[in-house]
Design a protein around this ligand. Structure first.
Ligand code: MLT
Length: 200
């Protein structure tokens, strides 16, 4: 997968996996990584699917309606890529923390839904429930930060609460942070994510 890897100054720190929103690329989220932890490794990955020229991580049939088969395939592809990248770049596979926005948050959530050891933790900005009706792996020991908007037309408040409950039921430690805004990624929620990250 097309990506950028920046080795961090502190080898004991985790690797921040950056996942952009629809139409973004691997450059978009780099400033965010610097705000969360400027000493960690950074692995920023571009989505492999194109929708009218816009990169994404999996196909969708319409806004908010996912192509489930492709979601499953792409989630595995990303997980495999993380395994390979950990070998190639020599980072600890067990210390990957995702930071995703919108479609990037959805594929990060999907990694947690499908693979017990894909991520140590995740910061999800405006995620949706990636799939329903499946049993999640045991996520005890995993930490998830969700930033949601009370007026988000893409991820409704109900869906954010549903996602929090699903992660919680699987044993993850979940923090749901509300912004009185829409789907946008705000500086305030990044700051809240930073404070949460510091407690990990
Ligand atoms: C998705 O397709 O993942 C969601 O609708 C969010 C987005 O617009 O990318």
């Amino acid at each position: 997968m097309r990506h950028i890897f920046n080795k961090g100054q502190d080898p004991t720190k985790p690797t921040l996996l950056l996942l952009h929103g629809t139409g973004g690329n691997e450059l978009d989220m780099l400033p965010l990584a610097g705000r969360i932890d400027d000493e960690a490794n950074v692995l920023s990955v571009r989505g492999n699917v194109l929708e009218n020229g816009m990169p994404r991580y999996f196909r969708r049939l319409a806004e908010g309606i996912f192509d489930e088969e492709d979601l499953i395939f792409r989630t595995r592809e990303l997980n495999d890529f993380l395994n390979e990248a950990a070998e190639n770049y020599g980072f600890d596979r067990d210390k990957v923390i995702a930071i995703g926005y919108s479609n990037g948050a959805n594929i990060a959530a999907s990694l947690l839904f499908h693979y017990q050891h894909a991520l140590k933790a995740a910061i999800l900005h405006h995620p949706m429930v990636p799939r329903r009706g499946i049993e999640l792996p045991d996520l005890s020991g995993k930490s998830v930060f969700i930033a949601a908007g009370t007026n988000d037309p893409i991820c409704s408040p109900e869906e954010s609460v549903e996602l929090q409950a699903l992660f919680g039921k699987a044993g993850a430690d979940v923090k749901l942070h509300w912004e009185e805004r829409g789907h946008q990624l705000t500086m305030n929620e990044v700051e809240e994510a930073r404070k949460w990250y510091m407690t990990l």
